[in-house]
Write a protein that binds this ligand. Structure first.
Ligand code: CP
Length: 337
C-alpha cells in the first residue's frame, strides 16, 4: 500500500508487508520519542484531533506524536463543544474541518462514522476508534508491543499464542487485533469472555479461515496456562444500555499476581489496551501486578507514540526527510524506554 494521502480506517486496508513497514518506521522514531533528537519535518502542518468519546492515550499520544514531528495540534473534545451539537452533519463537519487541518484523527461512538467522515474529508483521516467497530492504531501498537516483548525469548509473531479476555463483543481493540493477526501464520487464540460478551462470529470465522486455532471459554484459569500473551480488556460499559447491565459482567475475569504465578508460564506477557478499570468491583488487572516485569501495559502505551509518529510520517510522506530536518535536543531528558 502507498500510504501517502491515504485514510487509515480499518486493519483490512493492510497487507503483512504494510505492517512490517509501519514497524520499521516506528523503530526509526525511537530517538525522537526518547527526546534524544528533535525534528521539525512537519513544521507548519496542523493535526485536527477530534474526539467525541473520552480518551487519554489515543488523543494525547496522537497529539504528542504530531508535536514530536514538528507539527501543531488543534483539538475538539466532546459533542457539546462542537457544532455537531447544533445538528451539523458529519459531511459538513468534514468539509469544514479538513480546510483547517492537514490530517485529522477522529474518535466517534458510532460504528462506521469515521469512514463516513473520511469520505467527505479533503485530508487524510485516521480512525481513533469508531464505536465497537475498530481501533486500528491501537491494534498496530499492540502487535508492535507483542513483537518487541517476544523478541527477547526468540519468539516471533508467527506461532503466537494469545489469550484475549473480557468484553470481546464490544471491545474494538480486540476486533482490530483479531483482523491484524489474520495476516500472520499459525496463531493460537484463546477467547475468554462471558457467553453474552463473546467475540462476534465474523472475527472468529476470519481467524479460522486464516488457518489459526481458536478456542472459546468462559473460564480464565484454564485458558491462560499455555499462552505467550494475556491480553485483558475492560467491560465497555459505555456500549451497554445501563451501568447496571455492565455490572453483571464487571470483575468476572480478575488477574492478580497469585493467579498469574499459579496458572501462567513464567514469562507470559500481560497486556491491556487501557484504561484498566481499577474500581474494586472490576479490577481486571490487580495493582499487585505492577512490579511484575512481564506487565507490559505501560510499555504498550508508550509504543503508541512510535506507531502514531510512523503513521503520520507515512501518510504525510515524510519518512525519508525526518532525519534531514532533525537535530540533537539541547535540554535534559533522562527518558529511557
Ligand atoms: N486504549 C485507548 O484507546 O485508550 P483511550 O481510551 O484512553 O484513548
Amino acid at each position: 500500500m502507498n500510504f501517502a494521502g491515504e485514510h487509515i480506517i480499518s486493519i483490512e486496508q493492510f497487507e503483512r508487508s504494510d505492517i512490517e513497514r509501519i514497524f520499521e518506521v516506528a523503530d526509526s522514531m525511537v530517538p525522537f520519542a526518547l527526546r534524544a533528537r528533535a525534528t521539525r519535518v512537519l513544521e507548519g502542518a496542523i493535526l485536527g484531533n477530534m474526539f467525541f468519546e473520552p480518551s487519554t492515550r489515543t488523543r494525547v499520544s496522537f497529539g504528542a506524536a504530531f508535536n514530536l514531528l514538528g507539527g501543531s495540534v488543534r483539538e475538539t473534545t466532546g459533542f457539546k463543544t462542537s457544532a455537531i451539537a447544533k445538528g451539523e452533519s458529519l459531511y459538513d463537519s468534514a468539509r469544514v474541518l479538513s480546510g483547517y487541518s492537514d490530517v485529522i484523527c477522529m474518535r466517534h461512538p458510532k460504528e462506521g462514522s469515521v469512514a463516513e467522515f473520511a469520505k467527505a474529508s479533503r485530508v487524510p483521516v485516521l480512525n481513533g476508534g469508531d464505536g465497537a467497530n475498530e481501533h486500528p492504531s491501537q491494534a498496530l501498537l499492540d502487535l508492535y508491543t507483542i513483537k518487541n516483548e517476544l523478541a527477547s525469548s526468540g519468539k516471533r509473531l508467527d506461532g503466537l499464542r494469545i489469550a484475549m479476555i473480557g468484553d470481546l463483543k464490544f471491545g474494538r481493540t480486540v476486533h482490530s487485533l483479531s483482523k491484524l493477526l489474520c495476516l500472520f501464520n499459525n496463531v493460537h487464540i484463546s477467547l475468554v469472555s462471558p457467553q453474552e460478551l463473546a467475540m462476534p462470529q465474523l472475527y472468529v470465522d476470519q481467524l479460522r479461515s486464516s488457518g489459526h486455532t481458536v478456542t472459546c471459554s468462559s473460564d480464565l484459569t484454564s485458558s491462560i496456562g499455555n499462552v505467550d500473551i494475556v491480553y485483558s480488556t475492560r467491560v465497555q460499559e459505555e456500549r451497554f444500555s445501563s451501568p447496571e447491565e455492565a455490572d453483571l459482567y464487571r470483575g468476572r475475569f480478575r488477574l492478580n499476581q497469585s493467579i498469574y504465578t499459579k496458572y501462567c508460564e513464567p514469562n507470559t506477557v500481560i497486556m491491556h489496551p487501557l484504561p484498566r478499570d481499577s474500581r474494586a468491583d472490576a479490577n481486571e488487572l490487580d495493582s499487585d501486578l505492577n512490579q511484575n516485569p512481564n506487565l507490559a501495559i505501560f510499555r504498550q502505551a508508550d509504543n503508541g507514540v512510535l506507531i502514531r509518529m510512523a503513521l503520520f510520517a507515512m501518510v504525510l510522506d515524510v519518512v525519508g526527510k525526518v532525519e534531514k530536518y532533525s537535530h540533537e535536543v539541547t535540554w535534559y531528558s533522562g527518558r529511557t524506554r
